[in-house]
Design a protein around this ligand. Structure first.
Ligand code: G3P
Ligand code: MG
Length: 242
């Protein structure tokens, strides 16, 4: 039973912040998942939404704000007073923390319409080289197959996982095209037969975002390898009880 702390384990601390990643490490999670996009001045930053409204006290699109403006926002207070002064982390800060805490990182390459795919991938690559993260400690994922294709060419040593909502009929073709390691799908729509089909072809199969172990009690038997969840603590409890 493998668990990834989604957005760093976003039920325990504000999502995609260093506080969340520290919590995941404290819990003993092996993996965290983070969402990465570019600031206006082309620094890879860790935040999920296209805009900062939901998770900070600011207003505006991430891509229209410099790192300095993004860093001026409070990214913790919306979640709880004890997280006041938490900031939107850069990818570099996140990878340094992860390296230090021995956390493996699933970097979701987050592309919104009009984003520059090649530039985002290049900047991510630069940070990974700069922090000197071992390939085994990382995984790229994206709903954007072109981004994964780019990484396949430019950083082939790091595994690639294709993100889908439901498994498409041409899934095997897509997976082959990017020499994928894994397929990540929404647990709600996964069928047993599809799971067996993917597993038989030798791919890792990950499910997002089941927030209670009961929701996926059968999925493990179908061969699912990893649950990407906001509530890793619930699974760790279950694992410890077994
Ligand atoms: O990686 C799984 C999940 O993060 C994909 O969806 O919207 O939470 O980034 P989202
Ligand atoms: Mg994500």
């Amino acid at each position: 039973m493998k668990i990834t702390a989604h957005r760093g384990g976003s039920s325990l601390a504000p999502e995609n912040t260093l506080a969340a990643f520290n919590k995941a490490a404290e819990l003993g999670c092996e993996w965290i998942e983070i969402d990465v996009q570019l600031s206006l001045d082309k620094v890879p930053v860790v935040i999920h939404d296209k805009t900062v409204e939901r998770c900070t006290d600011g207003i505006g699109a991430v891509s229209t704000m410099t790192l300095e403006s993004l860093k001026s926002l409070d990214a913790g207070l919306w979640f709880g007073e004890e997280f006041r002064d938490e900031r939107i982390p850069t990818l570099k800060e996140t990878l340094l923390l992860a390296k230090n805490k021995h956390l493996k990182v699933n970097v979701e390459i987050k592309l919104y319409p009009q984003d520059n795919l090649a530039l985002l991938c290049e900047k991510i690559k630069k940070v990974i080289i700069d922090v000197d993260v071992e390939a085994s400690q990382m995984l790229f994922s994206s709903f954007n197959i072109a981004a994964l294709k780019y990484m396949q060419y430019h950083q082939p040593q790091i595994h690639r996982g294709l993100l889908v909502e439901t498994i498409p009929a041409n899934a095997l073709l897509l997976l082959a095209e990017i020499e994928a390691y894994s397929l990540h799908c929404n647990y709600v729509f996964l069928k047993e037969q599809q799971a067996q089909w993917i597993k038989k072809r030798g791919y890792q199969l990950y499910c997002y975002t089941p927030n209670s172990p009961q929701q996926v009690s059968l999925h493990w038997d179908w061969g699912v390898d990893m649950m990407i969840t906001d509530v890793p603590q619930a699974y760790i409890k279950t694992i410890n009880l077994n």
